[in-house]
Design a protein. Structure first.
Length: 375
């Protein structure tokens, strides 16, 4: 592979179909030429969550038109693409197979090499797509879907796990708490919007493992505490004992019947508990490592309260904080193309023309780091 190359990235791990084109220009940070994204949120809302079979079928419909749109806007031909990257895992097996199958079939048809990318590494390196890219080494707070992890990152493929969730992740705590409040799908962003109008100190919710000696996370207990508090509030205002199912249904005897101020206060208190833990643990990781740079990546990284508190706390300590652009916090093809480009550029992985493929629905990021070390 030469010093300059074009990488087409395909993301299809869950409920977003993403395609992007990134250009490697010598030793500089690869440049995003264009990207396109289709979200399946509206399709899955009727079911209260992602339906894997529907997700896979929709990826099949969307990926080729999105690829055409990206190439057209970037004013590049398909023949000009040098490498085709795709998400190999983790994610939904059927959804991953769509992206992998498309990428490998396209590579075989064009005679171009392909490269399977770790979805979480895509998130981890996504801040390099921003106008203010970080420099190695840094601490990374990765808060994406079912993952909450703190890592030391010394370079591409050089990742040391410092702490991770032992049960529910931060994103799950947002979504499950929102479901208890009858906020539907996707619940996390809806809870965050409601929290803007509430008092974050209204209810004393737990901060699990806040003062533990390690850097691990736990949010399952917080979800239970939110349920108990919601049930108490419903009983106080209506005299009715509500089950978790009744709360999530949003019926007249459930959470929806509470005054708006009460609902907003519980949302704000829930968000504050999650954010406090994330900020506290991130600062502890920075303190223990001695590093002065923090990268925040993943969908929860778009949360305004988290960004505000991290910016304030890190600013007081002379620590730089980097985020991906808001539009690139969720799953997207740009982060897959960027991760592939940076791996090729760093020489830690080579694209290949073996078009038989597999996917890894379960693929811990530390396994990727160990494999990279042996390349």
């Amino acid at each position: 592979m030469g010093t300059n190359c074009l990488v087409l990235g395909i993301e299809s791990s869950c409920d977003e179909t993403g395609v992007a084109l990134v250009e490697v220009q010598g030793a500089g940070v690869p440049v995003l030429l264009d990207h396109a994204l289709h979200s399946q949120i509206e399709m899955h809302q009727a079911y209260g969550g992602v339906v894997p079979e529907l997700a896979s079928r929709d990826h099949i419909r969307r990926v080729l038109p999105l690829a055409r749109d990206v190439l057209l806007r970037a004013q590049r031909s398909l023949d000009a693409v040098d490498v085709i990257a795709y998400t190999r895992g983790p994610g939904l097996a059927g959804a991953l197979l769509v992206g992998a199958g498309f990428a490998c079939a396209l590579g075989a048809a064009l005679g171009k090499p392909v490269l399977g990318v770790h979805h979480l590494e895509g998130h981890l390196l996504s801040p390099f797509l921003s106008a203010d890219p970080p420099e190695f080494a840094f601490i990374a707070l990765l808060v994406s879907g079912g993952h909450t992890q703190l890592m030391r990152v010394d370079g591409v493929g050089q990742y040391q796990m410092l702490g991770e969730t032992i049960d529910d992740a931060a994103g799950e705590a947002f979504d499950k708490s929102a479901k208890l409040m009858g906020l539907g799908y996707p619940g996390g962003p809806a809870l965050a919007r409601m929290a803007q109008q509430g008092n974050p100190r209204a209810y004393a919710l737990p901060r699990p493992l806040l003062h533990s000696a390690d850097l691990d996370f736990s949010f399952a207990g917080l979800k239970t505490a939110v349920l108990v508090q919601a049930q108490k509030l419903v009983f106080q205002h209506t005299g009715v004992h509500s089950t978790a199912g009744a709360l999530a249904s949003g019926g007249t005897d459930a959470f929806a019947c509470l005054p708006a101020s009460v609902r907003c206060d519980l949302a704000a208190s829930t968000q504050a508990a999650i954010v406090d833990v994330l900020v506290h643990k991130s600062l502890a990781a920075l303190r223990q490592s001695g590093l002065k740079r923090l990268v925040v990546a993943g969908g929860v990284g778009a949360n305004r309260a988290l960004r505000s508190q991290l910016d304030g706390a890190c600013g007081q300590r002379g620590i730089r904080v980097h985020y991906p652009e808001l539009e690139l916090c969720t799953d997207n093809g740009a982060m897959i193309a960027m991760a592939a480009a940076m791996r090729l550029q760093a020489g830690v992985q080579q694209a290949h023309t073996h078009y038989a493929f597999d996917v890894k629905p379960r693929w811990p990021l530390d396994q990727l780091a160990r494999a990279t070390a042996s390349v």
